[in-house]
Design a protein around this ligand. Sequence first.
Ligand code: NI
Length: 136
Amino acid sequence: MRVTVHRKAHFNAAHRLYRKDWSFEKNDEIFGKCNNPNYHGHNYELTVSVTGEIDKDTGYVIDIKVLKDIIKTEIEDAFDHKNLNVEVPEFKDLNPTVENIVVVIYNKIKPKLNKDFDLEITLYETPRNFVTYSGL
Ligand code: NI
């Protein structure tokens, strides 16, 4: 039996959407208010979903404490109350759109899990705007 375990987390972070190789006018046209040079913030809500077999001995798919600690170390400590463009190396040359952030989160968590698990990340940038990524 394969069961999916979900763990929620959140972080607050600032960002600016723009490309260094485009003019301010072009960035303004594509990214609008998100191109504000003084940055703006979001309350990101995250769901990490791990699918695997129930372990016969423990009855767990994954110990939720282990998953919680991975999320804290890899995501919350790295992103919370940070300026993504300036302080998070993954976005030095990568536009921190919610699409790119969800892929970065997936790529940070996946290597920390048993290879037999499937992983899906859901990331809300606003209560109405969210993305999912499962490595496909
Ligand atoms: Ni934004």
